[in-house]
Design a protein around this ligand. Sequence first.
Ligand code: SF4
Length: 102
Amino acid sequence: MTRDGETLTKTPEEDAERRWVALMMKTARKYHKLCPYFDKKTTQCLLMVTVEGRVGRCDRDGKYDGCPILVKFLERLYRYHVERGRVLPRDFQDVVNQAFIV
Ligand code: SF4
């Protein structure tokens, strides 16, 4: 519910996006203890430029569960694939193996 009493409903597309992001987060745990976009030497976040348009450090020590930067990246990736009619990766490792295309 919103403050003025309206019920917030998600469109089927938003729902599909949310489910896909959740799947990526779940499959990520199979392979990665720490975020694959975390540079341990410099503590830089390698996704920050793509997502926020600036260089920046990871302030989560590479703990990616619930990370808003990673979630935003995955949401963009979802839209990138859907808008182009491309098949969505079914495993986070396929995302990691792709170049930064969004
Ligand atoms: S900010 Fe998020 S996406 Fe960036 S390295 Fe840290 S955990 Fe990964």
